[in-house]
Design a protein. Structure first.
Lengths: 144, 793
């Protein structure tokens, strides 16, 4: 049986998924000072993937490069590991927090912390895990 | 100093990458690494011999006292020269050894890279000052040795030998770590130099530490009863045996004893007799078993065991004269034994056998190799004017000058020396002489002359044996300061070829005469040996303990992992209930006084919703509904989080619940729509009791634990530090990514592994032809077949 798609669901998901992705970026960016963070952000993206999957049977609908779950996981773990080692370059300890302050035109003075990169790594791992589980558990369509 | 290590790492990577293109020549690239070390050593040697100490520190985990404090004193220098110098020779030799005939090997890249990494680890070992760094390098040599012994990984025997070596030395290394930590705590210093400068006073703890360190050293340096792994390690290609298992790695235990003896021997009264006994017993066992071997390489391996025993005994004494002699023996042994191994490799390469019963008359066909072997073997046997003689004389004198019951040790050493002479002769005569007593074996025919480049490293290694023998003061330039670095003042006596007619010379004559007699009467000796029970086979104990561990693990797994999910859950839940309940009863139940009921109507609403949904989960007959209701429980809880002002938790909980419901549904579609209904039976009763217990316990535990706080909450501390130290206002996030960042790192790794594991299990389940009826997979495989066409959407 082929997967039956619904126009209404498709359209709603088409609106929801970009919003969810934006929301995830928002959560990640504000995580250090307000509720949010990489884990929650990753879960939001995961939910978006689930929506996409529910609507079209493929979580990667519309992707130019269909990256696999493990590649997200690998990228996330690598990023987290690299970021935690960065402070060692300055002679600080492993997992120290280093920060950079930059002045941007719109946002005024922005202080970036190296742990933000770690948070992004967490987010990537969560996304990868959801994607991998959807791929493995969701590949067989139920014939109904 | 750091640059040398960096060079090794770069060369190792280069070796791995270039092996495909260069073939055996990749070892010449590999030789660049020890060559860099040689250059660095040439630069620093004059200063270090004058007493300057080169040092460098790279901090790793200061909180654990783990710094890479590197310190090159004269004793470290002696070993570093062996590692680097013999490293260059062995690499050059390997280029020829793996070249020539036969199909090209595909493992040269791995082998050369590992060999370079081993050289780096060994350099680290002999220059590490921090005891934890010493341990790290120690185990790195174990790992690289494991990989190198198992080079021929399609050969089961080689794999078993590699594992045996790794388990034995690895276990010893762990015991040693315990000893080092204990000693460091007692002495309140984490450096070897600190220990040497200010030894801890003797106590029970120091005694235990000494015992642990000794076990580590004994396993690494193949001392009885742990000597059995070294002959097995001969499964490695000969260049590796020559480098790791005769010249460098097996000296790590001797090195440790040398460093520790001045610290421990004066304080721990059993140290000296024990170490000397271990050493001389090993000498005899090694020599005795070497005499039985027909494989030239095994013969040399048992010889190495024997010589290591001598070094162990010498350094273990912890007295100036013995230490100086130990340094000389160490240098002499590295030189002659590596040369001997290289000659065996040449024989093996040219004649395709190492069985001395099949070799005949090679001295005519390989005259240079035979010459080198004769010089090296004579040095091993302690024949003047070679360096081996000088070293052995100084060893005998050192023991003769010792007070106490050293005479017994001297007698045993002389006996072992006689064995050494006998197996040295057996080696040379077996390899290069006329095969006299073997009519039954197929003899090798004509052999081709080896390329000059193949023989050159062996010749170059034999040269110092002669030079240092004729001019011992040259060797003393190196060994004297080395001994001084261990025990100040011990290197003053120097080395000399001719001590005059004294007891030591007499004992040497006795040993050589007895050895020659044993060789001449070798048939009688062999008969006697075969009639005596085999001594010192530690293999049996090793095999028994490994087998025992496997059997025990099997039985334990059979009991604990019986495959029944309900049993697992019951055990886990009952444990979770029992242990804290004991603590609760024991600790008293006061503190319930300040319990509050609900604070707002919203709390009550959320709690009631959670309860209703939970009951509904238990009652419903449909899986799908159960999954949704379980989600509803989670949503209610997240509502409670919102009410309590924890938006972060609420958000995460909400998202997690959503995702889990979806994943539940994805799995459940392969299962029947409804739960199976069974008649009520005993297992249901058990489950009912367990669930009631868990419910009551959880409620009680939470009530008590929330009202039983004695100390201020750790969150005060986190709240105070979040903004100034981590620059974040969201304390939850700061805890996750900063304060407890290590935890998070571990958690995401576990999350990733769990997901990959699930993916793997599903893939395996899908590959099964038709599902065994143990769970829902039966359905999934059927669906898999049906839906192959439907996935395209």
């Amino acid at each position: 049986m082929r997967f039956r798609r619904s126009l209404i669901v498709d359209s709603c998901v088409g609106l929801l998924v970009p919003t969810a992705l934006l929301f995830s970026v928002f959560l990640l960016a504000r995580g250090h000072n307000n509720p949010g963070g990489g884990f929650a952000g990753g879960l939001v993206v995961g939910c978006a993937l689930v929506l996409q999957y529910a609507a079209s049977g493929d979580p990667r609908t519309g992707w130019r490069v269909p990256l696999s779950g493990p590649s997200f996981i690998g990228a996330g773990l690598t990023l987290a590991a690299v970021v935690t080692m960065l402070p060692m370059l300055e002679g600080n300890l492993f997992f120290d927090n280093s920060k950079v302050s930059v002045t941007l035109p719109v946002f005024d003075k922005v202080t970036l912390y190296s742990v933000a990169g770690f948070d992004l790594g967490v987010e990537l791992v969560v996304i990868g895990v959801v994607l991998l589980l959807l791929d493995t558990l969701g590949t067989e369509e139920v014939s109904s | 100093m750091t640059a040398v290590f960096a060079a090794h790492l770069v060369v190792a990577v280069a070796c791995a990458l270039l092996a495909g293109r260069l073939g055996p020549r990749v070892f010449l690239v590999g030789a660049l690494a020890p060559l860099a070390a040689v250059v660095a050593l040439v630069v620093v040697t004059p200063a270090v011999l004058d007493g300057t100490v080169e040092s460098a520190t790279v901090s790793w985990v200061p909180g654990l006292n783990l710094d890479f404090t590197m310190r090159l004193d004269a004793f470290g220098l002696l070993l570093a020269w062996l590692v680097a110098g013999i490293g260059v020779m062995v690499m050059a030799y390997a280029w020829q050894y793996f070249g020539g005939h036969g199909t090209p090997r595909d493992d040269l890249g791995r082998m050369s890279a590992t060999l370079v990494l081993f050289a780096a680890s060994m350099l680290g070992l002999v220059t590490a000052d921090n005891v934890l760094a010493l341990f790290v390098f120690w185990e790195l040599t174990t790992v690289t040795s494991f990989l190198l012994i198992g080079t021929d990984d399609r050969n089961g025997a080689a794999r078993a030998a590699a594992l045996r070596a790794a388990l034995t030395t690895g276990a010893g290394g762990l015991v040693m770590l315990g000893g080092l930590v204990l000693l460091a705590i007692q002495a309140d210093t984490w450096t070897l130099s600190g220990l040497a400068a200010d030894p801890p006073p003797g106590s029970l703890a120091v005694g235990v530490a000494a015992a642990c360190i000794l076990v580590g050293a004994m396993t690494k340096s193949a001392q009885a009863p742990f000597h059995f792994w070294l002959p097995g390690a001969m499964a490695a290609p000969t260049p590796i045996s020559a480098y790791l298992h005769s010249a460098t790695m097996v000296k790590a235990g001797v090195y440790l004893v040398a460093r520790m003896a001045p610290v421990l021997a004066p304080e721990v009264e059993w140290w000296r007799p024990t170490v000397v006994t271990v050493g001389v017993v090993t000498m005899v066992i090694g020599g005795w078993r070497a005499l039985r071997q027909n494989d030239l390489k095994l013969l040399l391996a048992f010889g190495t065991v024997s010589q290591l025993g001598l070094m162990f005994a010498l350094f273990g004494v912890g007295e100036p004269e013995a230490t100086a002699a130990g340094c000389a023996v160490l240098l002499a042994h590295a030189l002659f034994k590596s040369a001997l191994f290289l000659t065996v490799g040449i024989i093996d390469h040219q004649a395709h056998t190492r069985d001395l019963r099949r070799l005949r008359g090679l001295r005519h066909q390989l005259p240079v190799v035979a010459g080198v072997a004769a010089v090296a073997a004579a040095s091993m046997a302690g024949i003047p004017p070679l360096f081996g003689f000088v070293a052995k004389e100084s060893a005998l004198e050192a023991f003769l000058d010792l007070e106490g019951s050293a005479l017994l040790a001297v007698a045993v050493i002389v006996a072992a020396s006689a064995l050494t002479v006998a197996y040295s002769l057996r080696y040379w005569w077996g390899g290069f002489g006329d095969a006299t007593d073997s009519g039954i074996h197929q003899l090798v025919g004509e052999v081709h002359a080896p390329a000059p480049a193949f023989v050159a490293p062996a010749v170059l290694l034999a040269v110092p044996t002669v030079v240092f023998g004729l001019v011992p003061s040259l060797a003393a330039e190196l060994t004297g300061p080395a001994a001084d670095a261990l025990i100040p003042g011990s290197g003053e006596k120097g080395l000399s070829l001719w001590h005059g007619v004294n007891v030591a010379l007499g004992l040497s004559v006795v040993a050589v005469t007895a050895g020659v007699l044993m060789f001449v009467g070798r048939r009688a000796v062999a008969r006697a040996q075969s009639r005596l029970p085999r001594i010192g086979t530690g293999e049996g104990a090793y095999d028994a303990s490994v087998r025992g561990a496997n059997v025990f693990a099997d039985r334990l797994t059979g009991v604990l992992q019986n495959g029944s999910l309900p049993t697992y859950l019951t055990v886990i839940l009952l444990t979770a209930v029992t242990l804290p309940t004991v603590a609760l009863v024991h600790g008293g139940t006061d503190g319930l006084a300040n319990l509050v009921g609900a604070e707002s109507i919203a709390q009550v609403g959320a709690a009631v919703a959670a309860c209703v949904a939970a009951v509904a989960v238990a009652v419903t007959r449909r899986r799908f509904a159960a999954a949704l209701l379980l989600g509803a429980v989670g949503y209610s809880v997240s509502l409670l989080f919102v009410v309590q002002g924890a938006p972060d938790l609420a958000l995460t909980q909400l998202l997690i619940e959503t995702l889990s419901v979806v994943l539940f549904v994805l799995v459940f579609r392969h299962l029947p729509d409804r739960f199976e209904t069974h008649r009520w039976n005993r297992s249901h009763s058990v489950r009912l009791v367990v669930s009631v217990l868990v419910g009551v316990f959880m409620t009680g535990a939470i009530l008590f634990s929330t009202s039983a706080r004695v100390d201020p909450s750790i969150s005060e501390n986190f709240i105070a530090r979040a903004q100034p130290e981590a620059g974040g206002k969201n304390i939850v996030n700061v805890i996750i990514v900063d304060f407890r960042g290590y935890d998070t790192m571990g958690e995401i790794a576990v999350l990733a592994l769990a997901a990959l594991g699930v993916a793997g299990l599903v893939a395996v389940g899908r590959r099964r032809p038709d599902g065994d009826a143990d769970d829902g997979d039966a359905d999934s495989s059927v669906d898999g077949v049906v839906d192959e066409a439907g996935v395209t959407a």
